[in-house]
Write a protein that binds this ligand. Structure first.
Ligand code: ATP
Ligand code: MG
Length: 559
């Protein structure tokens, strides 16, 4: 599935692996893993990690495991396990069978902890969480020993077993690695490796009441699976000595290499499951798959293709320096992908009725429209034309200067793929709102320009009698500031105009057969796709995937 062109220069991780292969390290094997915690849906940041891990596996004829890092049962759920599997498959990657869970190894992890205890390298500590924090010291001051640090091996083994057997309450005791309370790296100041936690686990039920901590479980799981390169984000750089310490002291014979790369951050959105779950819970969005969400489920529903997301991940590259990527860049990848393949259609978002008075009543004329004006191979379709059509309210003004190329009173415009019409009269309701235009058409202008005058404007339209009424959702940035994660109150910067709904949009009838996932260009309006569900009143819903061009940059500059 890798679409990395052969000409793309290698990034630093590819270079490390190329060298490892030359040195015949790991007997020439390459095995990576993608290790999500099933506590939410995957987002665009995860896509970067997926493309990296699975991409490396493909490039070097190795494999990639999908391993759920499920050591925190209180926050996890099978709903997330299933959603994550679906998202990885959708992105186009295949994991080594079967799907793995850290919880598969709970017994082995317990045994490794006992190995550490027996070597005098782990002990049971009675301090409470806040005391542990206090004893840990600071960057400038060494930590203080816990009273439990000097327990005998026998006592530690017995207490650890008692922890496992449920003899202590949650948080009452923990198992800690015995490393160095004065280490300049605070991660090495006797980190906690097991805690007591009573919570039913989605995979192991009530079998365990102690759970391993991430730093311990992660490296040991990597080693158990024979992972060769454990790729993670930069915040784990300071944990690498701990990763290595656990591996070296637990008696495993595999030593995966941890390599860190920078996280993806994207402007105007957030890439943190915790924050995204808050948006769902507080009702700022309709769910994890709300098309405004930077989740894979949301982007898929919005009409982003897997190829566009992979293309984006490839273009942003893999480095060690943190940076914020502009949303416009992701959108340009989406647009580029749709540009060539989206079928062109017409859809009117803000319908205004036009009566063509000299067109015979009760007749329909089939007009031929091109499915992609730049690509003849995509063929044509027929669209019905009749006496009454909808145009967009924004394509009409009662009066305007010469620069205005759309329809105005006593002037002409061409209906796309159809005739030139002239507006003769404007009908308003009692409030003065325009409700209807009375026009006439020139029957000699189908596919040809009138000889005696110039008609410059071309607008889109839909026949009233044949139109498919739909709800159209137009999305914008979810947050009105570039870096919402930096805000104290993230709710206050949710963009109130991130969703604008057009409940009575009128579309070409052929769109009744549109399926979710197929992209369309509504001419002059943007790229759209059908939503996964119709709305409550049974109308099809169409989501705007992306605008035709980047209007945001302009708006931002204007302030
Ligand atoms: P979150 O804060 O959203 O929960 P996480 O890192 O805690 O993110 P995990 O489920 O542990 O989420 O992540 C699985 C993998 O995805 C990890 O290897 C992690 O490094 C990677 N990952 C997560 N977020 C990003 C990101 N923004 N950019 C690149 N990789 C990421
Ligand atoms: Mg995590």
């Amino acid at each position: 599935m890798s679409d990395t062109p052969a000409t793309t220069p290698s990034h630093f991780i590819q270079k490390i692996i190329e060298q490892d292969l030359l040195d015949n390290k790991n007997d020439g094997r390459v095995l990576t893993r993608f290790p999500p915690e099933p506590n939410g849906y995957l987002h665009i940041g995860h896509a970067k990690s997926i493309c990296l891990n699975f991409g490396i596996a493909e490039q070097f004829s190795g494999g990639c495991n999908l391993r759920f890092d499920d050591t925190n049962p209180a926050k996890e759920d099978v709903e997330f396990v299933e959603a994550i599997k679906q998202d990885v498959s959708w992105l186009g990657f295949e994991w080594q069978q079967p799907v793995l869970f850290t919880s598969n190894y709970f017994q082995q992890l317990y045994n490794f902890a006992c190995v550490l205890i027996k070597a005098g390298k782990a002990y049971v500590c009675d301090l409470q969480a806040d005391q542990i924090r206090e004893y840990r010291g600071t960057l400038t001051q060494p930590g203080k020993d816990s009273p439990g640090r000097d327990r005998t091996i026998e006592e530690n083994l017995a207490l650890f077993e008692a922890m496992k057997n449920g003899e202590f309450g949650d948080g009452e005791r923990v198992l800690r690695a015995r490393i160095d309370m004065a280490s300049p790296n605070i991660n090495l100041r006797d980190p906690v490796i097991y805690r007591v936690k009573r919570a039913t686990h989605h995979q192991t039920g009530d079998q365990w009441c102690i759970y391993p901590m991430y730093d311990f479980a992660h490296c040991m799981s990597d080693a158990l699976e024979g992972i060769t390169h454990s790729l993670c984000t930069l915040e784990f750089e300071d944990h690498r000595p701990l990763y290595n310490w656990f591996i070296e002291n637990s008696g495993v014979d595999c030593h995966p290499q941890q390599i860190e790369f920078s996280r993806l951050s994207l402007e105007h959105t957030v890439v943190s499951k915790r924050v995204l779950s808050g948006l769902v819970e507080n009702g700022h969005v309709s769910g994890w798959d709300d098309p405004r969400m930077p989740t894979l489920a949301g982007m898929r529903r919005r009409g982003y293709s897997a190829a566009a997301v992979r293309d984006f991940c490839q273009k942003i590259g893999v480095t060690k320096s943190d940076n914020m990527v502009e949303m416009a860049f992701l959108e340009s990848c989406v647009r580029e992908d749709l540009q060539d393949q989206a079928l062109r259609v017409m859809g009117v978002l803000r319908p205004l009725k036009v009566i063509i008075e000299n067109f015979p009543e009760g007749t329909t004329e089939d007009l031929i429209a091109s499915n992609h004006p730049q690509d003849e191979s995509m063929g044509t379709r027929t669209i019905p034309f009749s006496r009454t059509v909808y145009i967009d309210q924004e394509d009409f003004r009662e009066s305007a200067n010469k620069k205005y190329k759309r329809l105005k009173t006593d002037s002409e415009v061409r209906l796309r793929y159809g005739y030139v019409i002239r507006c003769n009269e404007v009908i308003k309701d009692e409030q003065g709102e325009i409700i209807e235009l009375r026009c006439t058409y020139d029957p000699d202008t189908l596919g040809v320009n009138p000889e005696d005058r110039k008609v410059k404007g071309v607008i889109h339209w839909v026949s009233v009698e044949h139109a498919l009424e739909a709800e159209v959702q137009v999305y914008d940035r979810l947050f009105s500031v570039a870096n919402p994660a930096a805000e104290e109150n993230i709710s206050s910067v949710v963009n109130p105009e991130s969703l604008i709904s057009f409940p009575n949009a009128q579309l070409e009838p052929g769109l009744l057969n549109a399926v979710a996932g197929q992209g369309y260009q509504f001419e002059r309006e943007g790229y759209f796709c059908r939503d996964i569900a119709d709305n409550d009143s049974g109308k099809p819903v169409f989501n705007r995937t992306v605008a035709l061009r980047d209007s945001w940059a302009k708006i931002e500059k204007k302030g």
